[in-house]
Design a protein around this ligand. Structure first.
Ligand code: NAD
Length: 353
């Protein structure tokens, strides 16, 4: 019998990867719920079939959530739906509060009320997994790494909104015994990422020989994880995680932003040199820093490896090579994204979160 999973935000970058991975196992049926905001791309995930149903809708639509839960009886809800772009949260924080806090609470609360009336054996099997970020911990300027016990200190409206949702997930478990799990992951990269984020933006600009805008001095440090490794970590936590716990997820790959841009420039120069023969590094232009820009994110994910046995499969080098190749080979996907959302693609800025 198929196991049904409800994936919210499944037409986004990471949710889409998770949907594709789950559909790769013949034992799963996936219900993807996505509002298709500027960041959601229906073409990123498979067509509807007997194992995949796409629902265009909002996690804040309580009646729709009730209907989906009643109709499909999922054994898990995995919540990826969010506003995810730090720059946008600085321009307009309110939408981040609406989606990442209020609507996420609606999803959580509606699912809890459905769950509490299930038969005992169904109740035991159910999991609500909330996908969150390491940015809730603030900036690790003192050289330490974030642990699950590190106090939250969010610095951007985006991370503040994610922190708030993490706390509601925690409270629903603590107060009502709702079976929740939370993952806090570092920066993801890989195929199908909306081209406003650092890596796809730099690849596209570098290919076109356009300027490569880098915030500040380019020395902000992030830990990078290939998106498929993030999704395998989520699947591991879903399967083996202890209820009510949070798990940090990371790639053990801290790099400065300028290092990342250098890798992209050098890889593209090797694959497809510019006609001028110039190095793409010459396209780098340093631009005014983002306000409140966290200097360093660094994550300790030893709890996930030692307790649940998860390890990333890709190094930064192998993951970047796959990613760059993917963008070179999938210009049709990029055309779809650009054609639909040209005004939303903030080329020239780039989220260097
Ligand atoms: P994304 O912006 O690519 O995708 C978000 C998806 O959510 C989109 O498909 C969008 O249409 C959908 N969505 C937004 N509001 C919705 C609503 N009200 N109802 C239904 N769907 C809605 O984001 P992403 O990079 O794939 O991130 C997914 C999750 O992972 C987010 O919760 C984010 O906070 C978290 N996260 C991201 C990263 C990263 O590096 N990108 C790292 C750690 C954690």
């Amino acid at each position: 019998m198929l196991k049904t999973i409800l994936v919210t935000g499944g037409a986004g970058f990471i949710g889409g990867c998770f949907v594709r991975q789950m559909l790769g196992h013949s034992t799963y049926r996936v219900i993807t719920l996505d509002k298709l905001t500027y960041a959601g791309v229906r073409e990123s995930i498979p067509e509807d079939s007997d194992r995949h149903v796409f629902v265009h809708g909002d996690i804040g639509d309580v009646d729709l959530i009730k209907k989906l839960l009643a109709e499909y009886s999922p054994f898990a809800v995995v919540n990826f739906a969010a506003e995810s772009h730090v720059d946008r949260s600085i321009d307009g924080p309110r939408e981040f509060v609406e989606t990442n806090v209020l609507k996420t609470f609606d999803l959580l609360n509606t699912t809890y009320h459905w769950w509490k009336d299930l038969a005992e054996d169904e109740k035991e099997k159910f999991r609500f997994l909330h996908v969150s970020t390491d940015e809730v911990y603030g900036s690790a300027d003192d050289g330490s790494q974030f642990k699950e016990t590190t106090p939250y200190a969010p610095n951007s409206p985006y991370s503040a909104s994610k922190a708030a949702s993490d706390f509601f997930v925690r409270a629903m478990h603590h107060t009502f015994g709702f079976p929740t799990l939370t993952t806090n992951c570092s920066n993801n990269y890989g195929p199908y990422q909306f081209p406003e984020k650092l890596i796809p933006l730099m690849v596209l600009n570098a290919l076109a020989g356009k300027p490569l805008p880098v915030y500040g001095d380019g020395m902000n440090i992030r830990d990078w994880l290939y998106v498929e490794d993030h999704c395998s970590a989520i699947a591991t936590v879903l399967e083996k995680g202890r209820l009510g716990e949070t798990y940090n997820v990371g790639g053990n790959s801290e790099r400065t932003n300028i290092d990342i841009v250098h890798i992209i420039c050098d890889s593209l120069d090797a694959i497809t040199p510019l006609e001028s023969g110039k190095s793409r590094r010459e396209l780098i232009t340093f631009v005014k820093d983002r306000p409140g820009h966290d200097r360093r994110y660094a994550i300790d994910c030893s709890k996930l490896s030692s307790e649940l046995g998860w390890e990333p499969q890709e190094t930064l080098e192998t993951g970047m090579e796959k990613t760059i190749r993917w963008y070179l080979d999938n210009t049709d996907w990029l055309e779809v994204v650009k054609a639909k959302h040209d005004s939303s693609v903030r080329l020239g800025q780039g989220d260097q979160a």
